[in-house]
Design a protein around this ligand. Sequence first.
Ligand SMILES: C[S@@+](CC[C@H](N)C(=O)[O-])C[C@H]1O[C@@H](n2cnc3c(N)ncnc32)[C@H](O)[C@@H]1O
Length: 253
Amino acid sequence: MTPPRATEGGGRGLDAVSVDPLIALWLERIGPGDLGPYRLEVEGDVLHLCSPQPDEGRLSVDLMRGSSGYRGARARNERLVRACGVSENTMVVDATGGLGMDAWLLARAGASVRVLEQHPVVAILLADGLRRARTVDSEAVDRITLECVDSRSELLNLKQADAVVYLDPMYPPRRKAALGDRRLRLLAALFAATARTGDDLAGLLAAALATPATRIVLKRPQRVALPEDIPKPTYCLAGRSTRFDVWSRPAHQ
Ligand SMILES: C[S@@+](CC[C@H](N)C(=O)[O-])C[C@H]1O[C@@H](n2cnc3c(N)ncnc32)[C@H](O)[C@@H]1O
């Protein structure tokens, strides 16, 4: 895993560091501006992001249990995996890494996954989750690399025509009564507190479409249409609440 680019300050807001040396190195790069009112805490072997608001709770990445564990064991059945056309040699650039569930499913299905995540706190939570996930499938973890960068500029350097670019920007905000997953709510609150919303769907998609990648996959809420000025996808794989829009292009373009 490539440590994130340096930010101001170092390692503030952390109660104890008992995580492995690579994670400790990443922690040193996190400044107060990246955490806002939130804190990082290590409990046992797990790094948590803790909110000052009791109703927001805390957040860690666990790829081994719950939905990630269950779905990871059956990853080849996932619509995401079909949308990305994963076979053994597939290289996916996951340009909106987040908490890594999708990268994990892709890697467990056999893809090599280059994960790009802009927010250093999210990147370190994911790095910690990947470190612990080695006990379940170390080969899948070895197929994942993680970089803390802005994908919009990073994708400009992508030269691999056989790569798949995958995008899953944060969904548009919903009414309070309909707020989704508590973990994504906490993530959205962290972004708002640290002025890192940055989920620029048009910018991300334009950067992805400008690469030579033969396939670009975008995850969106099922009922939310794409903005008019975005090129129509080649096809969609729709489910109950989400759909995958796929732009598929011949290799020579
Ligand atoms: C909805 S989450 C992705 C969830 C992820 N697919 C998962 O399975 O956990 C969106 C993530 O994309 C990241 N992101 C948004 N714009 C980005 C950019 N330009 N470069 C890198 N990461 C970006 C956000 O920081 C956020 O963590």
